[in-house]
Design a binder for this molecule. Sequence first.
Ligand SMILES: [Zn+2]
Length: 143
Amino acid sequence: MISIVLNFFTAQALSGYTKCVMKSENKDILRALLTKQLEELISEAGKTVHGMSGAKEEHFPDPTDRASLETDRNFLLRVKDRERKLILKIQETLAKVDDEEYGICDFCGEEISLERLKVRPVATSCIACKTEEEENEKARPGL
Ligand SMILES: [Zn+2]
């Protein structure tokens, strides 16, 4: 009986974690990537805000100061729409990296490959579904 239990655990260990649960080391990599992207985006957006206003000492949050970033809504309101959406998307993704659903395709429920997530950590669909979606968009007239 004991050996059966041991075999079960060995099999689990060899096959990695059960499906839908990403290894924590991979989550760490993706969390770091997301944080880096967020910091770059904030820094870029800060420059844009700075440039638009023309003011010399324009206040924008320190990219590493997450707390002020989250509370400084004024800042986000002045950031361009596209950038703001991406910032919010990354923050949202960072908040759910620890969830079991992270890295699972919204459309087919399959795991999104780590390679894809490394390139695009905010991805919510796998390559196959994304490709299909893009082809459908192309096929739609008037777009
Ligand atoms: Zn999919």
